[in-house]
Design a protein around this ligand. Structure first.
Ligand code: COS
Length: 397
């Protein structure tokens, strides 16, 4: 089990503490039985089903649809990803995608869409996905080119290509962002829920990555979607994407935190048990420095993540700056912590099949997806500059 002593921090209430402890025990007992890293499709299907049946996916939907709390509780989402990430990154992936692929529905969907999709997502009977990135629009969301054209009174036609879509190929629905043309750039996008079996939607290819998980390129060719499947108002798609990412970026930081904690646990075991120069590795001050640096950075990241999550749960309209800081710091920190752990393991650290070798591959994508570190820097700086400009304007009035 991971160290959960931070549950004593004042960020958490009794419900979150209980959820975290119960989930950690469940993951310890149950998760491994569903995971085979050489067959990620089957594993992810099995994990989603198991997480749903055990009730953990209640954390990704609001209470009105069988969830745990009235609004998505970001601290609970973060705790879940931290704990599952510590356990196995595929378990974290399966949980996280149910959240990201349904978060926009919870936040912006009509009552009908929520009633149709959220209970199935919660029970693990519907695999969810989020389709934003395109071959020519990854970091620059406002440049996306997939089009949504009106097709009769009640439908739109989607045409274009989406890529790097997690759960692509196994998802039952995709939340798709497309250019609906109300205005240029960010003001002319809309979001739609598209069922995986919609005519005109096909899997153009699967993508292999260094830490395998279901990932694909999707092609939309005259894919007909009911207008009623739109999330939010016409032209509001950019806001739908950003508001969803505001929540889930903190949770990416939490997953990185889980991977880092696991690396530190592995490093501590190694330092305490490996002997060299006639003494435990842990007696060398260079080892102690590595362990101390990792522990300090882990605590700092945890404080940033749960600060962002807590702020949203207290009712903050936006946590753009806080969640970007948390995501950037935690993912970069985890890469450093895992790298130190690999170093302490020596040759065993790069041996295929060792835990730290897997962590070394698994952490890398977290510094890129849901906004690369460089994008987070842009967002953080802009938020500060915007705040300064607003303050000056108010002072001048
Ligand atoms: N919540 C709600 N609204 C938001 C928002 C947020 N977090 N962020 C921006 N908006 C609003 C803005 O307020 C603005 O509306 P107004 O003009 O009415 O104020 C509008 O959306 C456009 O915002 P902005 O001018 O910042 O748009 P940009 O195109 O300049 O955005 C960034 C640039 C980098 C911020 C954006 O493209 C981004 O986050 N990119 C990364 C996307 C990503 O994570 N990709 C990975 C794929 S997902 S796995």
């Amino acid at each position: 089990m991971p160290d959960l002593s931070h549950l004593d921090w004042p960020f958490f209430g009794e419900a979150q503490r209980r959820f975290a402890l119960d989930l950690a025990r469940w993951a310890d007992r149950e998760a491994a039985a569903h995971i085979d890293h050489s067959d990620v499709d089957r594993s992810c299907r099995a994990l989603v089903r198991a997480l749903g049946e055990a009730g953990w996916l209640k954390a990704v939907v609001p209470a009105a649809y069988g969830g745990l709390s009235d609004r998505l509780d970001v601290r609970t989402l973060c705790l879940a990803r931290e704990i599952l990430g510590w356990n196995d990154s595929l378990a974290d992936f399966a949980f996280a995608m149910q959240g990201l692929g349904s978060g926009s529905i919870s936040l912006f969907g009509s009552d009908e869409l929520k009633a149709k999709y959220l209970p199935m997502v919660r029970d693990g009977r519907q695999i969810a996905a989020f389709a934003l990135s395109e071959p020519e629009a990854g970091s620059d969301t406002a440049a996306l080119a997939t089009t949504a054209t009106r097709d009769g009174p009640a439908h739109v036609r989607l045409d274009g290509v989406k890529t790097w879509i997690s759960n692509g190929g196994i998802a039952d629905h995709y939340v798709v962002f497309a250019r609906s043309g109300e205005a240029p750039g960010a003001k002319g996008l809309s979001a739609f829920v598209v069922d995986a079996d919609a005519p005109g939607l096909s899997i153009a290819g699967r993508i292999e990555v260094i830490a395998p998980h279901p990932l694909a390129t999707l092609r939309f060719t005259g894919c007909r979607v009911p207008v009623a499947n739109r999330l939010g108002a016409p032209g509001e798609g950019f806001k739908v994407a950003m508001a969803t990412l505001d929540i889930f970026r903190s949770t990416v930081g939490a997953a990185a935190l889980g991977l880092a904690r696991r690396a530190l646990d592995e490093a501590l075991d190694r330092a305490a048990t490996r002997r060299l120069f006639g003494a435990p590795l842990a007696d060398l001050q260079m080892t102690q420095a590595a362990l101390a640096d990792s522990a300090s950075e882990i605590d700092a990241a945890a404080l940033l993540i749960y600060r962002a999550a807590w702020a949203k749960d207290q009712g903050a309209a936006r946590i753009t700056r806080e969640s970007s800081i948390a995501k950037m710091f935690a993912t970069e920190m985890a890469q450093r912590v895992i790298d130190r752990a690999v170093q302490l393991f020596g040759g065993h650290g790069v041996r295929v099949g060792s835990k730290v070798e897997a962590l070394y591959r698994e952490i890398r994508a977290l510094r890129i997806y849901e906004g690369a570190t460089e994008v987070q820097k842009v967002i953080i700086a802009r938020e500060m500059l915007k705040a300064r400009a607003t303050k000056r304007l108010q002072a001048a009035e």
